[in-house]
Design a protein around this ligand. Sequence first.
Ligand code: NAD
Ligand code: MG
Length: 419
Amino acid sequence: MSVKQSQSVDDGVNAFLSQNSKTQLVTILGATGSIGCSTLDVIRLHPEQFKVFAITGVSQLSKLAEQVIEFSPQYAVVNSQEAAKQLSGLLQDSQSNTEILFGSKALCDIASDPSVDIVMSAIVGAAGLMPTLAAVKTAKRVLLANKEALVMSGELFIDAVNQNGAQLLPIDSEHNAIFQCLPNDFEYGNKHKSGISHLLLTGSGGPFRELPLADFSNITTEQACAHPNWSMGRKISVDSASMMNKGLEFIEAKWLFGMDESDIEVVLHPQSTIHSMVQYIDGSVIAQMGNPDMRTPIAYGLSYPERIHSGVANLDFSTLRDFSFSSPCKKRFPNLYLAIEASKQGQAATTALNAANELAVHAFLQEKINFTQINQVNDMTLQKHGHGNLTCIDSILEHDHLSRESAQAFVNTMIEAQL
Ligand code: NAD
Ligand code: MG
């Protein structure tokens, strides 16, 4: 077992490769999270087809150690030298040959390693941007769960995909559904050629779809994280409760499919059975349906254009009840509409909003601000940093940083006002 800062491809990779010449090598960024574990669940079903090349995680080191023992990746990456030593200690008694790396360069290295075929981008938040871009720039098949990376860098990200010949496949269930409902010859941004009227992005409305508005400021972190249909990480669960998640997905859909804001409509569908739809100009609507389980879009991303078993149970139509649809209320879900406005404003706005929201959700999860204050922090940060365009990665990272500073100042003021 060795612990070291990342270097370029190691000699050991060759030996590793020769054992797995027919399989596709997969790097999983954020392997210990909800999406990461679901990805490993699917890979476990197809050991001939996929082999784990590298896994990463920041905090749940015992889980990461278990994954190392089960999947024997070439590399495991953690955030710090201390974490690397801890992981090494956890693996001391195992027969593991996995090399342990740490730091942000290591994340980029295992995402861009020449031997890797597929990169699952499942780190939560802005921390996932640089390793995901590293995978894009080395023309991988990139399975994008980390919507924040695309929201914060938009056009730059898509340009990098096109310039480098990467294959970007959406894993977010809604975008994966839309991808499945589009015609095979769909041309990016060319909705007219394909006879598309618009995209219908569905969302359940989360746990507070019917909560009296007066109770919103008393929402607890446990209530916000208890999504009625999906089991997810804490940040995306809070985003789903505020519908900021649908706002981020609105921006994500715009970039993934090259649509205008007027081409995308958000529809509330509390049952989460239809994962999204495409409306065509002849009146047809094509929907993708299934049980709410991320292993379905993950399996499709891994095996596209073929289909493989995902472990998800078939939809049982005899048990489906109350298939309903409505429009999301602006008063109840102000974050959704803030995100749609930011999308119209441009890159500075969406970068600022993403940064503010990450910080505000973190403060809420630490019980420093209340649920409704998430929207206030987002709104104030957007007013301050929502203007202008960002055309290079340095300006995006700088804008992200400045927006976080402002959002933190707003959070601090709110905390002081409570004392
Ligand atoms: P999660 O919190 O369960 O897992 C996050 C992963 O990222 C963990 O492995 C964690 O160790 C890692 N991580 C966190 N901070 C990091 C940092 N600073 N540096 C490096 N690694 C870090 O989150 P999740 O629910 O799996 O979501 C992951 C991403 O997928 C998010 O962007 C989310 O929006 C998106 N997504 C999730 C779902 C879902 O059902 N969970 C659905 C659609 C999209
Ligand atoms: Mg989604």
